[in-house]
Design a protein around this ligand. Structure first.
Ligand SMILES: *Cc1c(COP(=O)(O)O)cnc(C)c1O
Length: 411
């Protein structure tokens, strides 16, 4: 099946007994069994069954199956947020004393998780520039347990050459983790470019309407966990074979940290995914048109959108994402004052800290998301006080351009 069909039809293990077309919300904390023997067999793993919704829940499973179908993986685990999915992956692959390599161009929350938690729990993070592959290779040693990258980094909008990077990583048997939030499985099946684990904040394009916080991780099946460099996964592989990563993640990390999403959130994600292909087409189309408009406006100093031909990442983005560049762009004005004025004069675009909504969203990252970061940290993230980030929505493009035009005239 093609992705548009999978987005609508995958994830249902069996027909609903009442003929419901959307998956029911199983609002149950735990699941009852007729006999003590039955429940014991489920605990022993002899029989499949749901026990407790912190571990798994039927509505959450349906969402996991659907996302896994879209990413063409071997299995998925849905979490309460994108951060919970990222934390599950990192805690599964590392232990005290380990190290990881990460792109320096990261989503703020991921950076803070690395800085405030990982570093303090004994996992060291090396930050590198994605364009400088020779620098990466030098850092590789036997403590490095993973490489972490964003498909299109938020908000710097850098695009890594995943084939080149994963080739080096795999020569050293190191798994590559891709945060595919911004490009989504509609633009990119990162599996075929060497991604071993994919994570998403489903808060964004997957749920699509800005309705719920959620996250998910997917094992693409690329990595042979029987040869894992992580003790607990290698041990698990004798029981779970190539599902060793997923089994370790769920039973040793996710359920113990309490990362499960509510079934209602999984339901909203399931509904959201159904229109993902249609929405992404429109997000991409509107973004290119808005970027072109902004580029032609005399008050705009610079526009950063990988869909623009002159953009540094246009070529690699074109190859990897089938000539589509998602819905995020940034642009800069003469001053912070101008940025504030522009935001205050926009009528359609909402000023808030989110992306991937049906609505167009704007934010001044420097004074909000990156408020407590040092100048150096802002620089790595590609943030300065003259810059505005736009998550381009699904409104009619003429209305959107009109809105930005009238606001730009006021500065
Ligand atoms: C939003 C976001 C996250 C974090 O997801 P939450 O759902 O907010 O926890 C991670 N990575 C990227 C690229 C994001 O945009």
């Amino acid at each position: 099946m093609e992705i548009e069909t999978k987005a609508i039809h995958s994830g249902f293990a069996q027909e609903d007994k009442f003929g419901a077309t959307s998956f029911p919300i199983y609002g149950s904390a735990a699941f009852a069994y007729n006999t003590a023997e039955d429940l014991s067999e489920v605990f022993e793993g002899k029989k499949f069954g749901y026990v407790y919704s912190r571990i798994s829940n039927p509505t959450v499973t349906a969402f996991e199956h659907r996302m896994n179908a879209l990413e063409e993986g071997i299995g998925a685990i849905a979490g309460a947020s994108g951060m919970s999915a990222i934390a599950t992956v990192i805690f599964t692959l590392t232990e005290y004393g380990d190290e990881i390599i990460s792109s320096e161009s990261l989503f703020g929350g991921t950076y803070l998780f690395f800085k405030e938690i990982l570093n303090k729990y004994g996992v060291k993070v090396h930050y590198v520039n994605i364009n400088d592959i020779s620098n990466w290779e030098k850092l590789i040693n036997n403590k490095i347990k993973l490489i972490f990258l964003e498909s299109i980094s938020n908000p710097k909008l850098e695009i890594p050459d995943l084939k080149a990077i994963s080739k080096i990583a795999h020569e050293h048997n190191i798994p590559v983790v891709i945060d595919n939030t911004v490009s989504t499985p509609y633009l990119w099946r990162a599996k075929y470019f060497g991604a071993d684990i994919i994570v998403h904040s489903t808060t964004k394009y997957i749920s699509g309407n800005g309705t719920t916080i959620g996250g998910i991780l997917i094992d693409t099946g690329n990595y042979d966990w029987k040869k894992s460099i992580v003790g607990k996964i290698k041990e698990m592989s004798s029981k779970a074979g190539n599902f060793a990563f997923l089994a370790t993640a769920r039973s040793k990390i996710y359920q113990n940290l309490g990362f499960a999403p509510s079934p209602f959130s999984a339901f909203l994600n399931l509904i959201g995914i159904e229109t993902l292909p249609l929405r992404m087409e429109k997000h991409c189309e509107n973004s290119l048109k808005l970027a072109e408009f902004l580029r032609s406006n005399k008050n705009v100093v610079e526009v950063n959108y990988p869909g623009l031909k002159e953009n540094q990442y246009h070529k690699i983005g074109k190859e990897q994402f089938n000539n589509k560049f998602s819905g995020l762009l940034t642009f800069s004005l003469q001053s912070k004052d101008d940025c504030f004025k522009l935001i205050n004069n926009l009528k359609l675009a909402k000023n808030l800290a989110n992306i991937g909504d049906t609505r167009t969203l704007v934010i001044h990252p420097d004074s909000t998301i990156y408020l407590n970061c040092s100048q150096e940290e802002k620089k790595s993230a590609g943030v300065n006080d003259k810059m505005i980030r736009v998550s381009v929505g699904l409104e009619n493009i003429n209305d959107l351009i009109e809105d930005f035009k009238q606001a730009l005239e006021k500065i």
